[in-house]
Design a binder for this molecule. Sequence first.
Ligand code: FES
Length: 227
Amino acid sequence: MQNGKGRITEIIYGFDDSLLLRVDCPSALLPAPGQYLLADDGLADSVLAVPLFRAGTVPEVILQSSTPMPRHWLPGLELHLRGPLGHGFNLPAEVSHIALTSLGGGLARLLPLIGQNPLADIAIFTDAALPDLPVSVEVRRLADLPEALPWADFLALELTIEILPKLRTILGLAPHERPVCTAQALIISPMPCGALAECGVCAVPARKGYKLACKDGPVLDLKQLQW
Ligand code: FES
């Protein structure tokens, strides 16, 4: 983890109407897929630090906030950055069938996983808008996910804590049943302190107590969570 400075060079409207940032910053600060940076503009009356994640499929570094981005963040603004923070996705090299789905509204933060394992077949389950994708990526409706789950040997999700009680229904699982494959979830939550103050805002119910999304995650194995 390092502290440094970056500068917003471009604001991009994403395929899903979200705002994406192109930021010129030291490469040592850049997060891996699922990890994050905390960014603030250093203004005394400014908002809390904003978590920024890698987003999209392009090789250039594009970042997306998981909380509303301050309106005065425009190209040219200098940002104070801290990162990379937390644990990202741990994609085993041997997986061959990868399923991606976002239940938290931001599929862009899962797209950097495309290309991490070039030999794997990838299917995205969504009813939302998508950007141009490699032709090898299959796109299916979210409702197809329960039927396709046995096909996957790795499931990457993005979700908010509020989705956890409904997750079994969405995945077509019986009560207490868990996916057979490795399943990792990027938890979308405010992370104001980034584990510095242990504020607890990002606490996620776990099988034993709580996990802090900012420190133990934000990517957590579903086996660790209470759902
Ligand atoms: S953001 Fe404060 S403990 Fe996670």
